[in-house]
Ligand binder design. Structure first.
Ligand code: GLA
Length: 377
């Protein structure tokens, strides 16, 4: 997380005076991919990287933003329904408008912010931004929203202002994260449990392909549409409610592509449960095995992987990593690896070499620390 003191100084230089510091993190997800918008289970945790913002009400109807890491500014009036065009400012604009729609008496403010979530890595830098501002505005303007309501504000922002029909996982994790714990969320009921994450002898490490995925205007929404189509044919609300028997029964009516996508989602629900059982027995090799199975499904059935991700997962397997898979929406971003501590350094060194030789770019290892959710600093 970016140190708020350096941002406080930048705020003073840019706007003059002082503001209040807030932060919200990005996330990882151990297992349960593309299940959130199907009413299924996810297993995320907040990370140490995130967005830090200095915010101060300015007594007007205008919002003045400065993204210090991008060196870009933007102003808009909170009563303007159109808002800025630049997508990175639409996240904040959408949060403002959704908070107002939820009854929070938002007024104008000045904000300077910066983040350290690698962009395009699939670690939810956009959810971190939404959660940081939802939390800050709720706090500064006397809102009474709880964390789940604020997570839904971020999700609605993606749907209505950015055009990504995402599920709730990213914003949920950014809001509810707790240091040292992963969370299992039932995306249908909204119930969740914290799972202390102390994998003795193992580490989680991300490897960023440094290939960017573009969820905006991407096949992400199309995957979701497939799932909704199959659920409707099966006569259930979401694929979470669809049994293997029901899926088999409607198979003749499905394209092979839709069938495979649904098959992935049903299988992923089973894998989340298998991971929960394995965690109760501290059986990390079984957790890792399920991660590899998830990757196979994401790559072959759900078709959201890419050659760079597949390569990193294959290399991980070859180098004795206990579990590896692509993480997040797909089409680039990073893999999440569960690796025994005694194999970690060799894995990272070898994979860096072979990746560079094949793709002529450097992949980037990212250490994972499970951190806290959105907060006032
Ligand atoms: C993106 C979305 C999430 C989720 C994942 C895939 O991160 O924002 O809602 O669907 O992809 O699991």
């Amino acid at each position: 997380m970016i140190n708020p003191d350096s941002l406080r100084q930048l705020f003073a230089d840019h706007f003059g005076g002082e503001g209040i510091a807030f932060a919200a993190p990005g996330r990882i997800n151990l297992i349960g991919e593309h299940t959130d918008y199907n009413g299924g289970f996810v297993f995320p945790g907040a990370v140490g990287q995130g967005i830090t913002a200095i915010v101060r009400p300015n007594g007007s109807r205008d919002v003045n933003l400065h993204a210090a890491d991008l060196g870009r500014s933007c102003s808009f009036c909170i009563d303007d329904a159109q808002g800025p065009q630049a997508v990175d400012f639409r996240y904040v604009f959408g949060v403002v408008r959704e908070m107002m729609a939820a009854g929070v008496l938002v007024e104008g403010f000045d904000a300077l912010y910066a983040g350290d979530v690698p962009l395009g890595a699939g670690m939810s830098s956009s959810a971190a931004l939404e959660s940081c501002f939802a939390f800050a505005l709720n706090d500064l303007f006397g809102g009474k929203l709880d964390r789940m309501q604020m997570a839904r504000i971020g999700q609605a922002t993606e749907h209505r202002y950015v055009g990504v029909k995402c599920g709730i996982m990213d914003q949920f994790a950014s809001m509810h994260g707790r240091r040292g714990s992963l969370m299992r969320l039932d995306c249908r009921s909204g119930e969740f449990q914290y799972y202390p994450w102390q994998p003795d002898g193992y580490s989680l490490v991300l490897v960023n392909t440094c290939v960017k995925h573009q969820l905006v205007g991407s096949p992400y929404n199309e995957r979701r549409a497939s799932c909704e189509h199959v659920a409707a044919l099966a006569g259930v609300e979401t694929l979470r409610d669809c049994t293997w028997q029901q899926l088999d029964a409607i198979r003749p009516k499905l394209t092979e592509q839709d069938y495979r996508r649904a098959r992935f989602v049903l299988g992923e629900t089973d894998r989340v449960m298998a991971v929960c059982n394995a965690l109760e027995n501290a059986d990390y090799e079984s957790v890792g095995h399920q991660m590899y199975l998830t990757h196979e499904g994401l790559s072959h059935d759900y078709d959201v992987s890419c050659p760079e991700l597949d390569f990193l997962v294959d290399e991980a397997r070859r180098l004795g990593v206990s579990g590896a898979r692509m993480m997040g929406g797909g089409f680039g971003g990073c893999t999440i690896n569960l690796v025994r501590n005694d194999r970690r350094d060799t894995f990272l060194a070898r994979v860096r070499d072979t990746y560079r030789r094949l793709f002529s770019i450097d992949c980037q290892p990212i250490a994972v620390e499970i951190g806290d959710g959105a907060r006032r600093l």
